[in-house]
Design a protein around this ligand. Structure first.
Ligand SMILES: [Zn+2]
Length: 131
């Protein structure tokens, strides 16, 4: 597969998860790519994925296909984090009956990160027949 210059990985295991075509939900791949492009425009750096699928996680990170990804926020200044999440949430509204969002910056005790998630009502796309 072609290398993506906008994305790098905290560990080789995460890169293997990312390249497993059956694991990340296709809409999660779109959300991560969009987030990484915006991050590159703001910082001039590749975005780093720090988490994708996690065994025994009851949330979006524990689903197959995986519907959750975490990215580092390193290098973003001032209101850039809010601009980042705002642009992603405008482009990709969360598909769920619950009022939550695709992108949020939050801190779970080891510094903040961008959490990206795809809602449970997001369909699995099917490739359409060529005419
Ligand atoms: Zn997360």
């Amino acid at each position: 597969m072609r290398k993506n210059p906008y994305i790098r990985f905290k560990t080789p295991a995460l890169e293997n998860q990312w390249r497993d075509e059956s694991l990340p939900h296709p809409a999660l791949v779109v959300a991560v790519n969009l987030a990484a492009l915006i991050y590159y425009r703001m910082t001039g750096q590749s975005a780093t994925i720090t988490s994708l699928y996690r065994d025994n996680d009851p949330g979006v990170h524990g689903q197959k296909p995986c519907r959750g990804a975490d990215l580092r926020t390193h290098g973003l200044m001032g209101d850039q984090k809010a601009q980042w999440t705002g642009a992603i949430n405008t482009a990709i509204p969360y598909q769920s009956s619950k009022p939550t969002q695709t992108a949020m910056v939050h801190d779970v005790g080891r510094g903040d990160h961008l959490h990206l998630q795809i809602g449970p009502l997001e369909p699995m796309p099917k490739r359409t027949q060529e005419a």
